[in-house]
Design a binder for this molecule. Structure first.
Ligand SMILES: *[C@@H]1O[C@H](CO)[C@@H](O)[C@H](O)[C@H]1NC(C)=O
Ligand SMILES: *[C@@H]1O[C@H](CO)[C@@H](O)[C@H](O)[C@H]1NC(C)=O
Ligand SMILES: *[C@@H]1O[C@H](CO)[C@@H](O)[C@H](O)[C@H]1NC(C)=O
Ligand SMILES: *[C@@H]1O[C@H](CO)[C@@H](O)[C@H](O)[C@H]1NC(C)=O
Length: 474
């Protein structure tokens, strides 16, 4: 095993026991944060967007007063030389104002308030691909205006501050790199941050420390527990919120499980995950689902586009390995059996995977070993309407996106009737979904440097939304 991890590892079970005890007694003995001081609004679910209303009258009064103040919030002078808790109070107030504005926008069916504020008319979100387009637009604008993220500098590459930028885990490294290079959301001043990013790569930890024969998963535990230990002792922010305003991101299957060893990270922090399986470590109330994107070459140029609807000669297409029980059912019914539903385990000579997607009307995206599949993003890139077959999967960005408007969901029981279902879809509905896929495409595209509304920004927006749903008092 390579010696790549530079920090002391607090690996003994005794340490972990002591740490957990310390945290528990800390929880019990202080009134720092109690249930009455912060809570998840009970009606916040992955399906509830925008964030819950402010019901507290005192808070409503503050918001009214602050609405004017909000207009020139960018005026940083107001923040200078104030005490930390004063700063936190101001951060929380600005979030409360944002919440109120988003709720207001959610009731404005013409998006008048947000459209008037956007100079970039072409990029204004529109159409039924969103759950609530006005709320999303307003929330996005407020995120651009207010949101600040602090990235802990502790830890060294390759396990920290770096990650894979190719293959199916590409998003892990890309996000870390783009986040660290970011000049819009990243702040170097932790006192003005709304959230704190823990820049470790689960893929890298496993690549460098996990021995394929010994298979000791404790390496994951040691690294993550140690990291949180370090940042919670060096800085006041973790203890202040008990991790609620901290986030990690992972595309690895074991991403969710990597946080299990640090209960506050697991239960409190925002975890941005590809493996968003609600039956397995994914907590919909506060975690966020983001797309798995398989970047073969690491290049993102020229991977989008496909034939217009009339030129799509294949009804439905799938090619992929046989793993997971959903694929078993798919193969059992459709493997090279039908001339309209083309299902392959290995693609015949001369056929190109991406070209097939570009000329298919529907692309079948079944879960494999894990719920997430890179096919969803691939289908969207190829402007092929995704046919989603999964269980317990929270689709990427589904707090904002209305997946039913640009994809088909087929249950496992319906797999035998796949052809009948797809042929039964009226042409005008297909065309609307096709247009929806084209519209939603920009939210899945990777750009370096990032551009507005792309996948990087959508991930940031997911974190922003979850931070909006927490209230922290110092
Ligand atoms: C929205 O626009 C429609 C047509 O332009 C108009 O009839 C309606 O009154 C508007 N609604 C609001 C809430 O402004
Ligand atoms: C955070 O809390 C832990 C556990 O109570 C404590 O050991 C640590 O010193 C605290 N960190 C800071 C920066 O005060
Ligand atoms: C689509 O099909 C039409 C008619 O067959 C053809 O003229 C056109 O060039 C095709 N378009 C593309 C982009 O292949
Ligand atoms: C989701 O989690 C459940 C519970 O652990 C598991 O049985 C199922 O296989 C997972 N789904 C996938 C596609 O991995």
């Amino acid at each position: 095993m390579r010696e790549v991890y530079s920090h002391r590892t607090y690996s003994s079970p005794i340490f972990i026991a002591v740490a957990s005890l310390a945290v528990l007694s800390f929880l019990a003995l202080t009134n720092y944060i109690s249930a009455s001081q912060w809570h998840w609004p009970t009606n916040f679910r992955i399906t509830s967007f925008p964030p819950a209303p402010i019901t507290d009258e005192g808070q409503q009064r503050i918001i009214k007063k602050q609405l004017r103040w909000f207009k020139d919030i960018s005026d940083k002078e107001k923040y200078r030389d104030k005490k930390n808790d004063e700063k936190l109070k101001q951060l929380e107030t600005s979030l409360a104002v944002a919440r109120a504005l988003i709720r207001e926008a959610s009731l404005d069916h013409n998006c008048t308030s947000s459209s008037a504020l956007d100079d970039d008319v072409d990029s204004v979100p529109h159409g039924d691909i969103y759950r609530n387009v006005c709320a999303f637009h307003r929330s996005y604008q407020l995120m651009e205006k207010l949101f600040k993220i602090f990235v802990y500098e502790d830890g060294d590459p390759p396990l920290f501050h770096d990650g894979p930028c190719k293959s199916i885990y590409a998003m892990e490294g890309l996000f870390i790199n783009l986040m660290e290079a970011d000049t819009k959301f990243r702040t170097l001043n932790p006192d003005e941050a709304h959230v704190f990013f823990l820049p470790f790569s689960v893929v890298r930890i496993l690549q460098h420390l996990f021995h394929p024969q010994i298979r000791d998963k404790a390496v994951l535990e040691h690294t993550v527990v140690d990291y949180v230990h370090i940042i919670s002792h060096r800085y006041p922010y973790w203890n202040r919120s008990l991790g609620v305003d901290h986030f990690m991101l992972s595309c690895h299957d074991w991403g969710p499980r990597a946080t299990w060893y640090m209960r506050l990270l697991y239960f409190n922090s925002i975890r941005v995950l590809c493996n968003a399986n609600t039956s397995e470590h994914y907590i919909a109330r506060k975690d966020a689902s983001f797309p798995e994107i398989n970047l073969m070459t690491g290049e993102t140029e020229g991977i989008t586009g496909g034939l217009p609807p009339l030129n799509r000669t294949i009804l439905a297409f799938f090619a992929g390995k046989m793993h997971g029980k959903l694929r078993q059912a798919l193969f059992q019914h459709w493997l090279t059996k039908d001339e309209d539903i083309l299902v392959y385990e290995t693609l015949p000579e001369g056929l190109s995977y991406y070209e097939m997607m570009k000329k298919s009307r529907y692309c079948i995206c079944p879960s494999g070993y894990e719920v997430a599949s890179p096919r969803i993003a691939e289908a969207i890139y190829a402007e092929c309407v995704p046919v989603l077959i999964s269980q317990h999967y929270v689709f990427p960005f589904s707090d904002v996106l209305n997946w039913d408007s640009f994809s088909i969901q087929v249950s496992v029981n319906e797999i035998p009737y796949l052809k009948k279902i797809l042929l039964g879809i009226q042409e005008d509905r297909y065309l609307r979904m096709y247009q929806g896929v084209k519209q939603v495409q920009r939210h899945f595209v990777i750009n370096d440097p990032p551009i507005r509304y792309d996948v990087f920004h959508m991930i940031i927006h997911s974190v922003w939304l979850r931070r909006l749903n927490a209230q922290i008092t110092g």
